[in-house]
Design a protein around this ligand. Structure first.
Ligand code: SAH
Ligand code: SF4
Ligand code: F3S
Length: 478
């Protein structure tokens, strides 16, 4: 297990500076992973490059969740091949690596169709990247690593030292990875492997380091983040709520969020955390996929539409201002007009602050892809349009109801206009306000003045940063 060279033990001196360009597609976990791959290559002398033309190494971090994922990868690889050839003609070699979920699912096909790729690596092998780079350089040949290794990558990757973007105030932190739920439509259990949680101490250490680097808001990540069950420093198994209580004790960590959660894994302790933790923001992404029990069964989701409604009620009782977001799939094999009507009814009832909705896309190797009763694309498209229109109305209503309200905003950076800062409301709305740059990285009270298509404008009520933590608003008893 310890044969893998730890990045700290790799020689750091006398290495010429090389440049690394990472292209990231897909979910937040890919954003986090791209940052970790950058970290693990730093001891080898790699520093970030803005464009692939300037880069000695390019990593394409891919996503396989929907649509023509593989085709998109091959088209991008075609573009990178031209760049690689142009650099080679100037005597500047380029290491080209394909990472992420397409690499995991279609590694061999990538090497067959794009033999100019040097390294193909799956999401569980990123800690082995330095070794792969060395092997590719030595052999001048192709390296493929899409195993699910027995060791956990997090035991070997260096912790994130700071924010994922220079000057970043918000950051992602993966605490759980993989999925054992095998929803009928989903490729993730096959690309990310079995569910695994990081030990709490390692999460806490990484969070502390991020906060020292200027991060003020951490979003805990996992494919099913609330299935988290990591080893606690007290020898017990910690759930997500316990972990968030410990994170909330870190001075300077003003805000916590988590995503993506699964309705089946919302436990009493997590609901209570929404009541008790002022750092935990009142916004929850809780995908339901469909409002029809028949579809939920076919999708293997393991809960009913009423289970979801009850959960929303209990969470709202614990934190009345909690805003919900969700994911929906329309046109899953077997979906009828009546099933879709049940989805629309659920959306009407719950009322979402925002939501993502997708047309079902068959994923190779998943049970639904083999189903005969496909929904014809015109019907699926029509349903998607109706659902998206309803969601848009609800999102606009949520944003409109914010106008005139005072709320604490975490300022994350400069806005587009001179003198303006951009930030985030507790409900994950983008907010712009004229404010001094000294407020970047702090939370201050603003009054929301107007709503634009995807953001809010505001005026600063008080130019002083709020204390940490901000007390919870008045609430009903849970
Ligand atoms: N673990 C999360 C979802 C991760 S995938 C959960 O269980 O909710 C993110 C979203 O992509 C899913 O919620 C689903 O809405 C969508 N999705 C996944 N597979 C899909 C497919 N084959 N076709 C269309 N949408 C899909
Ligand atoms: Fe995919 Fe279902 Fe797992 Fe979510 S819970 S990652 S949708 S298999
Ligand atoms: Fe895509 Fe893999 Fe994330 S398929 S959504 S990058 S887990």
């Amino acid at each position: 297990m310890n044969t893998i060279p730890s990045p700290e033990r790799l020689p750091t001196k006398r290495l010429p500076t090389k440049r690394l360009h990472v292209i990231t597609w897909g979910c937040q976990m890919n954003v986090y992973d791209s940052a970790r791959m950058t970290d693990v290559l730093r001891p080898l002398g790699y520093r970030p490059a803005d464009t692939p033309e300037e880069a000695d190494m390019v990593i394409l971090n891919t996503c396989h969740i929907r649509d023509r994922a593989a085709e998109k990868v091959f088209s991008e690889l075609g573009r990178l091949r031209v760049i690689k050839q142009a650099r080679a003609a100037e005597g500047r070699p380029t290491v080209l690596a394909v990472a992420g979920c397409v690499a995991q699912a279609e590694g061999r096909e990538i090497l067959r169709r794009a033999p100019f790729v040097d390294i193909v690596l799956g999401p569980q092998t990123y800690h082995r990247l330095p070794e792969m780079v060395a092997r590719a350089a030595r052999a001048g040949g192709v390296v493929i690593d899409t195993d699910f290794p027995p060791e956990q990558k997090f035991d070997f990757l260096p912790d994130a030292a700071g924010p994922q973007l220079p000057g970043g105030v918000t950051a992602f932190l993966t605490v759980q990875e993989g999925c054992d739920k095998f929803c009928s439509f989903c490729v993730v259990p096959y690309t990310r492997g079995a569910e695994a949680s990081r030990p709490a101490a390692s999460v806490l250490a990484e969070a502390r380091r991020m906060v020292q680097g200027g991060v003020r808001e951490i979003t805990l990540l996992g494919q099913n983040v609330n299935a988290y069950h990591g080893d606690g420093p007290d020898g017990r198994t910690w759930g997500l709520a316990r972990l968030m209580h410990a994170l909330a004790d870190i001075p300077g960590l003003l805000r916590l969020r988590y995503t993506t959660s699964h309705p089946r894994d919302v436990d009493d302790a997590l609901i209570a955390a929404h009541r008790d933790l002022p750092q935990l923001m009142p916004f929850l992404h809780l995908p339901v996929q469909s409002g029809s029990d028949r579809m939920l069964r076919l999708m293997n989701r393991g809960h009913t539409a009423d289970d979801y409604r009850r959960l929303v009620e209990r969470l709202r009782a614990a934190r009345p201002d909690l805003a919900f977001s969700s994911d929906f799939i329309v046109g899953h094999p077997g979906e009828t007009d009546a099933d879709f009507a049940a989805t629309m009814a659920l959306v009407e009832e719950v009322g979402f602050a925002q939501a993502f909705s997708f047309s079902y896309s068959p994923r190779p190797g998943t049970p639904a892809a083999a189903a005969a009763d496909r929904v014809p694309p015109p019907a699926s498209d029509e349903r998607l349009q109706r659902l998206q229109a309803l969601i848009r109305t609800q999102q606009d209503r949520t944003n409109a109801s914010s106008v005139g309200q005072a709320m604490p905003v975490l300022f994350t950076g400069r806005g587009r206009r001179p003198g303006q800062l951009s930030g985030r409301s507790p409900f994950l709305q983008a907010v712009h306000a004229c404010a001094p740059e000294t407020l970047i990285g702090t939370v201050a009270m603003v009054k929301i003045e107007a709503m634009l298509t995807n953001s809010l404008t505001a005026t600063l009520i008080d130019p002083t940063a709020l204390p940490d933590p901000i007390p919870l608003p008045e609430r009903a008893c849970a």
